[in-house]
Design a protein around this ligand. Sequence first.
Ligand code: HEC
Length: 103
Amino acid sequence: MRYFFTIILLFTTFAFAKESIAMQVFHTYCWGCHHQTAEAFGPSFKEIANKRKKDEIIAQIVSPKQMYKKLGYKRNSMPSFNDLNATQINAIVTYILSFKDKK
Ligand code: HEC
């Protein structure tokens, strides 16, 4: 029983840590142009989650200049975030995909 609680505690700590990395990235780098469910300067995370795969989302974050045409945009107004580390990118992509509609 003791181990059970230790394990639960470890899992929740890990889950919160991951979520806060996503929130940090979101508020620092994305929030000015993207909102969770409402259209802003860029599309909402909900819209993105419903039409893109993980790889496409990562490619747009890291090198939008190579990606925007493939996603169907005529212009690119999003800066590249190629200085984010893998943990930050994974966290923000997971966060974006969490807005995908449940079928
Ligand atoms: C200066 C405004 C701006 C910022 C900051 C910004 N974006 Fe964007 N984003 C855009 C615009 C505008 C587009 C539309 C395509 C383009 O311009 O390249 C876009 C497109 C995207 C797309 C692809 C949309 C699609 O149709 O699938 C993703 C994914 C994305 N942004 C994620 C992010 C993430 C994650 C961050 C933060 C790390 C971020 N963006 C920061 C403006 C921004």
